[in-house]
Design a protein around this ligand. Structure first.
Ligand code: FAD
Length: 517
């Protein structure tokens, strides 16, 4: 009667309810029947390249998953002797079959996992939940991704899923403040349980002598050596590093940055540490939203929505994670390729492959857009302010369907996360939960002047423009330099679209569908 813990987007041992409950159950069973053999706790990860492909998980994130898996495996095994089994499953259909086989091979009585809210994952779990009792296996699904699980907060007026962030956030603060113990208590850690958890002899009786090796690279998801090295340096794997980075950010140990100055710094992409850069760790579950909020509150004298304004703003950003997951569960159509606002399906999007490629590779002639897309290409990450600018540019200026951008981001980002990516794209494209009317269109020139005033970010990622001196030239080179001069610099001689013309075209296309706005 062994316990199997299925790790998915939760590659950590701390604040991991599925792992904690499996350990507790093994312990309780043993205490209530001390003469019996102690149940083994076995960890599992299902590696499925075809699943990665069908969900647009790109090489950069796959590399980060593999690196985090390796550290997780080491942590589980080192003192606690919990082996991580890596099962290769070609497709989602195989996963169900494989789970039955594994449960039988390892005499599993209880399967534990933390819930994933995307539609394919929910359906897979529902199918498994229905079928496992036939094998006398109990499937325990725990909650770890949100502080307040999806579906709990309902709009007061209509008792339905919140469709706008601000009222959701207000209700979130009310509820969490009232029930801090319920929502902000972290799950037990591995170190709360005696080591080793498993007896090596008992493991050997199941032919388990060590954890399975984790591949360095997955076929079809290879990275250039230089890029892989950069990723390893910038985003070292593992929950220990994630927690250290969280601690540094919250305790203000980072130079002239950190959570207390978040309000001043967060919108300036040139500031490397203006934001926490914790998103990759949150995306693979090396860290939880709850751990971040608990740490931020510690730095704020225990307060949640008062005190340091930087800390409160940062907590509000983390609440977006809960909000978008709430939307996903309340409106599953957003997981099925449909917009949140159904009427926007009628927008007459354009598509021109060369235009799209120019956007993808930072060749639009709009310096701030090009800088953002090149940062993404080179590093697998992009600053939030610039994500909004490039997303607005693709959907409004170029009038390309947000779904192309969403897919490209998912494939390129190290922090790719369906709910936040889909939510972010739809918010910007006016097909989602943004309460602002569609005719609010980001002006890439003024955004650039405001948020990269000295052009430091632009010059870093668009070296063709590094020698330009005046503000006008940096933010809008075509307004100052001749086509000949631009060609000499190696930059686009004309912007891909004229700002004014593109803006009017977008407003007309949206107005046809959304009316007055
Ligand atoms: P911080 O500013 O330090 O914020 C802390 C954490 O709060 C972030 O790590 C993130 O988990 C969360 N957060 C902050 N802002 C948002 C937001 N607007 N929506 C949801 N969560 C937020 N974030 C992802 O994690 N994965 C994505 O795939 C993703 N795609 C996006 C696509 C678009 C078009 C846009 C506009 C935003 C997207 N975001 C996404 C949200 C945001 O850009 C990133 O979370 C943020 O840039 C990560 O940097 P950070 O960790 O330094 O954030």
């Amino acid at each position: 009667n062994n316990m199997l813990v299925w790790f998915r987007s939760d590659l950590r041992t701390k604040d991991n309810p599925a792992l904690a409950y499996a350990l507790q159950k093994a312990q309780q069973q043993h205490e209530s029947n001390p003469g019996s053999r102690k149940a083994l706790v076995i960890a599992l990860f299902v590696l499925s390249p075809s699943e990665f492909r069908s969900h647009d998980v790109g090489a950069v994130k796959v590399d980060f998953i593999l690196r985090n898996l390796a550290t997780l495996s080491e942590t589980l095994w080192k003192s606690h002797r919990i082996p991580l089994i890596v099962k290769n499953s070609p497709s989602a259909a195989d996963v169900i079959k494989d789970m039955h086989q594994l449960c039988s091979a390892y005499s599993v009585s209880d399967l534990f996992a933390n819930q994933e809210y995307e539609i394919d994952e929910s359906r897979r779990d529902a199918k498994l939940l229905k079928s496992l009792p036939n094998d006398h296996v109990e499937f325990h699904l725990l909650q770890d991704q949100c502080v307040v699980p999806p579906g709990v907060l309902k709009s007061k007026s209509s008792n339905s899923t919140y469709t706008v962030y601000s009222p959701f956030k207000r209700m979130w603060f009310d509820v969490v403040k009232k029930s801090k113990d319920k929502y902000l208590t972290l799950a037990d850690s591995l170190s709360d349980f005696p080591a080793p958890v498993n007896s090596v002899a008992d493991l050997e009786s199941l032919s388990i002598t060590h954890p399975d090796p984790i591949p360095d690279v997955l076929k079809g998801f290879e990275l250039e050596v230089e890029k892989k090295r950069h990723l390893e340096e910038t985003w070292p794997a593992g929950e220990v590093i994630a927690l250290q980075n969280l601690d540094k950010f919250c305790s203000g140990k980072r130079e002239s940055s950190g959570v207390t100055v978040y309000n001043d710094a967060r919108n300036y992409p040139r500031l490397e540490n203006g934001t926490s850069r914790l998103s990759p760790y949150l995306a693979v579950g090396a860290l939880t939203t709850k751990q971040c909020i608990v740490k931020a509150m510690e730095a704020n004298g225990g307060k949640l929505d008062t005190g340091s304004s930087g800390i409160v703003t940062w907590i509000q950003e983390l609440i977006w994670r809960d909000f978008y997951r709430n939307v996903l569960v309340g409106f599953p159509r957003v997981c099925m390729g449909k917009p949140f606002k159904l009427e926007t399906m009628n927008i007459q999007w354009l598509f021109e492959d060369d235009v799209f490629q120019s956007w993808c590779y930072g060749k639009t002639g709009y310096p701030i857009v090009d800088a953002g897309m090149r940062q993404l290409q080179k590093t697998g990450w992009m600053h939030n302010r610039v994500r909004m600018i490039v997303a607005s540019f693709l959907t409004k200026h170029l009038l390309h369907n947000w779904q192309h951008g969403e897919k490209f981001f998912a494939n390129s980002l190290i922090d790719g996360d369906f709910a936040s990516n889909n939510g972010g794209w739809q918010w910007v494209a006016s097909t989602g939960t943004d309460a602002q009317p569609y005719f609010r269109i980001f002006n890439p020139y003024t955004q650039s002047e405001k948020f990269d005033p000295d052009g430091i970010y632009i010059k870093r990622w668009v070296p063709e423009l590094a020698g330009l001196k005046t503000s006008a030239a940096i933010h809008n080179p075509h307004s100052v330099l001749s086509a000949k001069e631009l060609i000499k610099l190696g930059y686009r001689e004309k912007p891909i679209v004229d700002h004014k013309v593109a803006r009017e075209r977008a407003i007309a296309a949206f107005k046809l569908v959304l009316g007055k706005g």
